[in-house]
Design a binder for this molecule. Structure first.
Ligand SMILES: NC(=O)c1ccc[n+]([C@@H]2O[C@H](COP(=O)([O-])OP(=O)(O)OC[C@H]3O[C@@H](n4cnc5c(N)ncnc54)[C@H](OP(=O)(O)O)[C@@H]3O)[C@@H](O)[C@H]2O)c1
Ligand SMILES: *[C@@H]1O[C@H](CO)[C@@H](O)[C@H](O)[C@H]1NC(C)=O
Length: 333
């Protein structure tokens, strides 16, 4: 080996060591903030609906709530995959009541089908967890109903679902609505309220679409909690923190996101850890009456100032009503 090669090898080794030390210390710092839900409240007799429970933090939240005795309805788009998870949860918790129902949050026809069938069959709904989500697609994509895919999946479907189920949630109160948003909403600086479907401007990219949809999640909670004043329906948003899940690997053609997913494998939380704030909001007595708050690591924190903008929250609500064509009989405010 020539001297030059040997030097290069040493340099590469030193760089790898520095990167390793950096990652380990980042991981240690990050892991210090993780908090586990301390509530031991039983969920026996309670009915929980959770969207996107076929993987990641939704699945782990479903598992814990089932273990505590709840009847968990896993509302998922991929039935074979979700059924496998439900079987695993039943075996693992000894709770036979976990069940799967078809729901594609990006498709408003599917949302209506699920929600109306639920209303027909069920007598109560104690906890509604809006968790399903995707990272933005590499290229601007639209659903069959001409809605931008990220917005439809992460926000519009959940908006419609909540509206249709709200009467039952009120009837079943004290009840809770939990919206899985993200700290990424902080980067959503220019949500174009008049062009939510991104039809009249260039697609800046998947991150912007995702960040905007997560800002919509929190603005939705802001406005909903306003409408829910005086009721016993809690309604809050959360960020799970950085969690090692499938979400980073599902989007075609986004190498950068996959690399970030690999980084998350090294420093992120496990899905079971990432589910803790959902579990806290679903079970803890401490937050039974909370409304319009944003939680991370089982504690309320401040979100972006924009998320407290009442005018914007109301405008988003009205736009969303138009976009999903909300019918009078679907309104229960
Ligand atoms: N991981 C993180 O670091 C992180 C950080 C901040 C926020 N979040 C949020 O956490 C939530 C859960 O994500 P995750 O990290 O657990 O990712 P995940 O493992 O990919 O889980 C996402 C779930 O949503 C489902 N889903 C996606 N599109 C759907 C649709 N159109 N209809 C119904 N279900 C759909 C997925 O179903 P399939 O199994 O069929 O794909 C899956 O069950 C998301 O809202 C995400 O934005 C995650
Ligand atoms: C979206 O949020 C992420 C943090 O999750 C940030 O790194 C990225 O720069 C943001 N992108 C845009 C376009 O706002």
């Amino acid at each position: 080996m020539t001297v030059t090669w040997r030097i290069l090898l040493y340099v590469a080794g030193a760089l790898a060591a520095v990167a390793g030390i950096y990652l380990m210390s980042a991981r240690r710092r990050f892991r210090k903030s993780i908090k586990w839900c301390t509530s031991k409240a039983s969920m026996k007799g309670k009915v929980v609906v959770i969207t996107g429970a076929s993987s990641g933090i939704g699945k782990e939240a479903a598992r814990v709530l089932a273990r505590r005795g709840a009847r968990v309805v896993m509302a998922c788009r991929n039935l074979p995959k979700a059924n496998k998870m439900a079987e695993e949860i039943k075996k693992n918790t000894g709770n036979d009541l976990a069940e799967v129902q078809l729901l594609d949050t990006s498709d408003m026809i599917s949302v209506r089908k699920f929600a109306n069938a639920f209303l027909e069959k069920e007598k109560r709904l104690d906890v509604l967890i809006l968790n399903a989500g995707i990272a933005g697609p590499a290229r601007l994509s639209f659903t069959g109903q001409a809605q931008e895919l990220t917005l439809a999946t992460n926000h519009l479907g959940h908006f419609l679902l909540t509206n249709i189920l709200l009467g039952l949630l009120k009837k079943s109160s004290p009840s809770r609505i939990i919206v899985v948003a993200s700290s990424a909403h902080c980067f959503a600086k220019d949500l174009d309220i008049n062009d939510l479907n991104n039809k009249n401007r260039p697609y800046v990219g998947p991150n912007e679409a995702y960040n905007n949809s997560k800002l919509c999640n929190i603005l939705f909670v802001e406005q909903l909690s306003h409408y829910l004043q005086g009721t016993d329906v809690a309604c809050n948003a959360l960020s799970p923190g950085l969690v090692d899940t499938e979400i980073f690997f599902k989007t075609e053609g986004l190498m950068s996101l996959k690399l970030f997913g690999l980084f998350t494998k090294l420093v992120g939380q496990t899905a079971a850890e990432g589910a803790q704030t959902i579990i806290h909001l679903a079970t803890s007595e401490e937050v039974a009456g909370a409304k319009g708050e944003f939680f991370r690591y089982c504690e309320p924190i401040v979100s972006l100032p924009t998320t407290y903008d009442q005018g914007l929250a109301k405008k988003l609500w009205e736009k969303s009503e138009d976009m999903v064509d909300l019918k009078p009989e679907e309104k229960h405010l």
